[in-house]
Design a protein around this ligand. Structure first.
Ligand code: ZN
Ligand code: ZN
Length: 190
């Protein structure tokens, strides 16, 4: 069993074409592939009146509840969401780095999602953020030269970014973390 997986999508991410109909909160809870499991559906699909029902269903399943925030445009609305943590797309703009600070101000954990896949400059990311090693994207590009200079500066989390049941694993992310000598940071008790 894995230690922690806080970046998982379900059918609540209705507009995300990679999510299959079988990927329900109930199925993720039944599979229970990690000791600490959190769902982090895309905020832009929840904001129009679905956020309360989403949070309620995830909590009733006994899982932690977060949301994935697509850049600075969504940050202020996401601050009001009744979630436990944020998974954030930080694009390489001043406004996006400032949005990380605003989300950290809530006191909730902020995970910078698949940064090397979207061009986040880790030198500009506040050190209070957790940085993700994301199983879906980590093998794309030169992860060693991207992460190694910052390996001592951040706390890291490993994630599946699962959109389908068979993505509920972290095999490549764990290989990379081992190569970099990075141990994962646990955000919640099981
Ligand atoms: Zn993402
Ligand atoms: Zn995601």
């Amino acid at each position: 069993m894995l230690v922690q997986d806080l970046h998982i999508h379900t059918i609540w991410s209705s507009g995300d074409g990679a999510v299959v109909p079988e990927q329900t909160v109930e199925l993720v809870a039944q599979v229970r592939h990690a000791r600490v499991v959190g769902i982090s559906d895309h905020f832009e699909y929840l904001v129009d009146g679905f956020i309360e029902a989403y949070v309620d269903e995830v909590r009733r399943a006994g899982l932690h509840v977060g949301t994935e925030v697509n850049g600075q445009a969504w940050a202020d609305a996401a601050r009001e969401a009744p979630v436990d943590y944020y998974v954030v797309h930080c694009y390489d703009t001043d406004a996006d780095y400032r949005a990380l600070e605003r989300l950290l101000d809530t006191g909730r954990p902020v995970i910078v999602a698949h940064p090397h896949a979207i061009g986040t400059r880790l030198a500009r990311v506040p050190t209070d953020c957790r940085v993700e090693i994301n199983n879906r994207y980590i093998w794309r590009g030169d992860w060693r030269s991207y992460y190694a200079p910052h390996a001592q500066r951040f706390r890291f989390v490993l994630s599946s970014d699962a959109h389908q049941p068979n993505w509920l694993n972290q095999s490549v992310a764990r290989h990379v973390a081992g190569q970099l000598g990075i141990s994962e940071d646990l955000l919640f008790d099981a």
